[in-house]
Design a protein around this ligand. Structure first.
Ligand code: HEM
Length: 528
């Protein structure tokens, strides 16, 4: 007899009196079928007989129907539970099976929707993203308790497939709370202390003067001038290499890589690989998101490691310039950094320091334009305290309370990161009777907190005077013990390590805004 799998013989025999339990038996004994078909090429009639006898020994039809139904019900129940809000979770918008709240999850300006939901569901609510859970905090009390007091268990970041495909966990901002993150963070802290940051003030001052000049000469280009400024500061501080123009080679390479990085991280712009991991098996030529990740990774690495190599070569020639990265390279062993981590540390600090500072300054300029009375009052204060015979210095800052209030109000009015960067929980947590399961993403709704009308008078108005009246700008009678002035820089163990450098940069340029905001053409300005 030709080699025909024994089960096939059985199937042929039973086709005439076909029974559904035969198919089920095949489904359950699929492995057996493969074994019998391929492990034993020669099948004799004895094997056929054995097989058929075994087949007839299977449970009778009613029992199998019960089994089928039970299995189907079990699978359906398991499947439909995906996306459902489990008992004990904080409340939230109604869910649909499988997706949870994914279908209503905002893909842009998420902070507006999150704040709308906060008005309905309160200071803590949950969103179901398929099987995963996200929790949104919209009060300082919740932030203080969960992000600060329990920072040890809320210091993780949610896994993001796209980020992982681009940076493989080496990007400190998005890295999980593990050993690589720890050594990166320690190195960043050591080199970004207030004293170390102050050493770089002359760079910030010189770049601020160029910014002033650029704004005077070409006010309509304020967007690129401000971006150049923040990039030039961070590049000089990190690598001792400034960006004199927006089109400088490294600045252009950074802005292009950053654009791709933003596209890669854009929520909802790519198939949900985190939710449906099998999408990962689609070959690259049919998966544009994979091509995007590859290109972003290539460009980031070319820039980060190119700059690192230049720095190393300069040090080898004995021509150090005192930049941050030289210190990192010298103390690499002490910090416990591998070379790939050194390269990524520099890159992440360019990312962290460039667009955050420039977004803040763009908001400041637009706010000064939209609220000219504020600008006038600030100019009056500067003229009174400094006069018109010299440029303002950082040391003047303590004598300029209204200018200081403007910085605080800009953080409140248009926070650079209105939802911060999501954290994730490392263990189950409980808050006011609500369960926050291990692995949940936690969004701090900074926008909602800063725009809460119960806390801030007319929150949609740019009014620095509120910070002249109370330390945190809150309405009279509001308990502000849970507030802190660096809240716009995040919270807990992941709080921004670049605060001091950032503050020096912002103070250095704030004067530029007063000098120039009145000359910007109105049509270019929007405060949204
Ligand atoms: C106006 C300026 C800036 C603002 C408003 C800002 C804001 C933030 C915020 C909200 C976070 C997330 C914190 C959290 O997860 O709770 C963050 C993280 C971070 N920032 Fe900044 N930042 C600024 C400037 C800078 C600068 C100048 C640098 C670098 C020199 C920097 C480097 C970083 C890094 C590396 C992280 C990730 C920290 C971690 O995950 O451990 N930032 N920043």
């Amino acid at each position: 007899m030709r080699c025909v799998p024994a089960d096939f013989q059985c199937r042929k025999q039973s086709f005439s009196n076909w029974k559904p339990n035969y198919i089920l038996a095949k489904a359950f004994s699929f492995r057996l079928f493969l074994d019998s078909a391929y492990r034993y090429p020669e099948h004799d009639s004895k094997h056929d007989r054995d097989c058929c006898t075994a087949f007839h020994r299977l449970p009778t039809m009613p029992a199998l129907w019960v089994l089928i139904l039970t299995v189907l019900v079990w699978f359906t129940a398991k499947f439909l539970v995906i996306g459902k809000r489990q008992r004990g979770l904080p409340p939230g918008p109604p869910t649909v099976p499988i997706l949870g709240n994914l279908h209503v999850f905002p893909t842009e300006f998420a902070h507006f929707k999150f704040t709308e939901w906060a008005k309905i569901y309160g200071e803590i609510y949950s969103l179901k993203i398929g099987p995963g859970t996200a929790v949104v905090l919209s009060s300082m009390a919740a932030v203080k308790e969960l992000m600060e007091r329990r920072s040890g268990s809320t210091a993780d970041r949610p896994f993001n497939h796209m980020a992982d495909a681009v940076a493989g966990g080496l990007n400190m901002v998005l890295a999980p709370y593990g050993e690589d993150w720890r050594v990166l963070r320690k190195a960043a802290h050591t080199i970004l202390t207030p004293q170390a940051s102050d050493r770089h003030l002359p760079i910030q001052k010189a770049e601020a003067y160029q910014l002033l000049y650029d704004l005077l000469v070409q006010p309509e280009g304020f967007y690129t001038h401000v971006r150049r400024y923040s990039n030039a500061v961070i590049m000089s501080v990190l690598y001792g290499k400034r960006s004199p123009r927006y089109e400088t080679k490294e600045a252009t390479a950074f802005f292009e890589a950053q654009h791709l990085w933003e596209l890669a991280l854009e929520p909802g712009a790519h198939p949900p690989v985190d939710l449906l991991p099998f999408l990962n098996y689609i070959p690259e030529r049919w998966a544009p998101w994979k091509q995007l990740c590859k290109e972003t990774r290539k460009r980031q690495q070319a820039l980060y490691f190119g700059l690192l190599e230049e720095c190393e070569a300069r040090m080898a020639r004995g021509v150090e310039n005192g930049c941050f990265m030289e210190e990192v390279i010298q103390r690499q062993v002490e910090f416990g950094l591998r070379r790939d981590l050194v390269g990524y540390l520099g890159g992440v600090l360019i990312e962290g320091g460039s667009d955050t500072t420039s977004s803040f300054l763009q908001s400041l300029i637009l706010a000064l334009f939209a609220f000219p009375a504020v600008q006038e009052k600030a100019r009056e204060e500067i003229d009174r305290v400094i006069g018109d015979h010299r440029m303002p210095e950082l040391k003047d800052f303590s004598n300029l309370p209204y200018v200081r209030a403007i910085l605080q109000e800009t953080h409140r009015f248009r926070p650079v990161a209105p939802l911060a960067i999501p954290h994730a929980t490392l263990q189950d947590e409980e808050y006011k009777g609500h369960l926050i399961p291990k692995g949940s993403a936690i969004f701090v709704n900074a926008w909602g907190i800063f725009h809460d009308p119960d806390v801030f008078e007319d929150p949609a108005v740019f009014n620095p005077d509120r910070f002249m009246k109370s330390e945190h700008g809150v309405k009279p009678g509001v308990d502000d013990r849970d507030y802190r002035s660096n809240f716009a820089f995040g919270s807990g163990r992941r709080i921004c390590p670049g605060i001091h450098l950032a503050n020096n940069s912002l103070v250095g340029t704030i004067y530029a805004g007063f000098e120039n905001a009145s000359s910007f053409p109105a049509r270019r300005c929007s405060t949204r």
